[in-house]
Structure formats: structure tokens, C-alpha cells
Design a protein around this ligand. Structure first.
Ligand SMILES: [Cu+2]
Length: 257
């Protein structure tokens, strides 16, 4: 049963799947018990013309039992989910690989920071719908949206996070196995939603390095170590900050006026 779950290649997928199975089987058991009881009562207490319905005010011990048991189950599930959430989401592992993904109607816009590791610099590279990352390493992803709420979903990596206009949400994922994994949008975002799909290419280390060298060719004479450290652009973040500042004061003025 549940063979329809996509292959799990994530370091935390097994724990998420166990919780999912637990909730699934618990719900299935509750459904079967309730349905069976309903059918039994329908049959046992059917109208046979030989007795009148009795009025009852209820049964306090029974009501206490069927309130407390589900309450304990829900509290238990809440605690289990919260601790798993904290383990996965609140302590992201250190990584050098960062990618920015911006959802827009109707594709995923991918931004790589380039060898300097900084966004909004000259060596940034943009792509649509294709993400290339090294397999076996944690990847930090910065999620944003240009228009409406989308949901960045990596079923095989058990990662799913809404992208919300006006916010940058940071997450992380890891593909333990090289491969090509689908990135559907999991939030109905408009007419072209069903066609909004990208692909994550988790590459083996040598393949990934080859792709990096192709995208950001090292200068012929320079040593590879020197190129990684060289492009130093201290002005860029400040420029971005001053660009953003006037907009905010204008917005503040217009709202107060
Ligand atoms: Cu969508």
C-alpha cells in the first residue's frame, strides 16, 4: 500500500513518510470503524414495526471517552509534527550552494549567484525552470514570487514551500541520488498553473563541476582558486539598499498623507 508515493531521495524523507503513513493509517482505521458501526446500527436498529424509538439525553462517560481519545491523538500528532518540523526547518545545514527561485505566472525563474556567492552581481546567471545542483549536498533555496502565491514542490525530495509575494522564504533540500526530479507548482496560481513545471537536475560532483566551468569559465591564465575569490564587489549590496530606501520613504509618506 502507498506504493504511489514518489521515490524518496531526501535525507529527511523517511521521517516525513513515517508520519504521513501513521496519519494515513489512523485516518483509514477511523473511517473503517465509523463506517462499520454506522452500517451495523442501520441494520440492528432498523424499523421493524414492533417498537418505539426511545429518547436519550446522552451518555456522559462515553462522551468524555470519545472526546479525550481524539484530543490525545491530535496533541500527539501535533507534538510529533512540530519536533520533526523543527529538526528539518529550523536548523538548516551549512552549505555553499545557494539558488534563488522566483515563481511567476507561469514558470520558475532560477537565479544562480555565480562564483562570488552573492546575488545582484555581474556574474549572476538566470535560467527558466531548470535548476542544476550537486547531488549529495545540502542546497539552500531562497523562494520569492513575482505575482501570486505559488508553491515550490519537490516531491522526490519531500520539500514543499509556498512562494509568497513580498517575502523571501529560505529553505533547504538535498538530493541523495543524482537524477532529474520534477518541480510542479503545487498552488493553483492561475490559468496556466497545470503547465507550470520545472526540473531539478541533481548532478554527480564531476558533472556538476563541468557544468559550473561551462557556465562560468575560469579566465585562461588564472588559477581556479584565484577566480573563486577574485570578483569582489563591495558596492553592490549598498547600491541595492539605497535603491530600495527611497521607495520605502515615499510609500511611508503617501500612506501618512
Ligand atoms: Cu501554480
Amino acid at each position: 500500500m502507498l506504493g504511489w508515493l514518489p521515490e524518496d531521495v531526501s535525507p529527511y524523507g523517511a521521517e516525513i513518510d513515517s508520519l504521513f503513513y501513521f496519519i494515513y493509517y489512523l485516518t483509514a482505521a477511523a473511517f473503517i470503524v465509523v463506517t462499520a458501526l454506522m452500517l451495523i446500527f442501520l441494520f440492528v436498529y432498523r424499523d421493524r414495526g414492533d417498537r418505539r424509538a426511545a429518547y436519550t439525553h446522552g451518555n456522559t462517560p462515553l462522551e468524555i471517552i470519545w472526546t479525550i481519545i481524539p484530543a490525545m491523538v491530535f496533541i500527539g500528532l501535533g507534538l510529533a509534527s512540530t519536533s520533526l518540523w523543527e529538526d528539518i526547518k529550523l536548523v538548516p545545514p551549512d552549505t555553499n550552494t545557494v539558488v534563488k527561485v522566483t515563481g511567476k505566472q507561469f514558470n520558475w525563474e532560477i537565479l544562480y549567484p555565480g562564483p562570488d556567492g552573492e546575488f545582484d552581481t555581474a556574474d549572476d546567471k538566470q535560467a527558466d525552470n531548470d535548476i542544476r545542483v550537486p547531488a549529495g549536498e545540502p542546497i539552500r533555496v531562497i523562494l520569492a514570487s513575482r505575482d501570486v502565491i505559488h508553491s515550490f514542490f519537490l516531491p522526490n525530495l519531500r520539500f514543499k514551500q509556498d512562494t509568497v509575494p513580498g517575502r523571501e522564504i529560505i529553505g533547504w533540500f538535498q538530493a541523495n541520488k543524482p537524477g532529474r526530479y520534477e518541480i510542479p507548482c503545487a498552488e493553483l496560481c492561475g490559468f496556466g498553473h497545470s503547465g507550470m513545471v520545472g526540473w531539478l537536475y541533481a548532478l554527480a560532483p564531476d558533472e556538476y563541476q563541468a557544468w559550473v566551468d561551462e557556465q562560468w569559465p575560469p579566465p585562461p591564465s588564472a588559477a581556479p582558486e584565484a577566480t573563486a575569490a577574485a570578483p569582489d564587489m563591495p558596492d553592490a549590496p549598498e547600491a541595492a539598499a539605497t535603491d530600495a530606501a527611497p521607495d520605502m520613504t515615499e510609500a511611508a509618506q503617501t500612506t501618512t498623507e
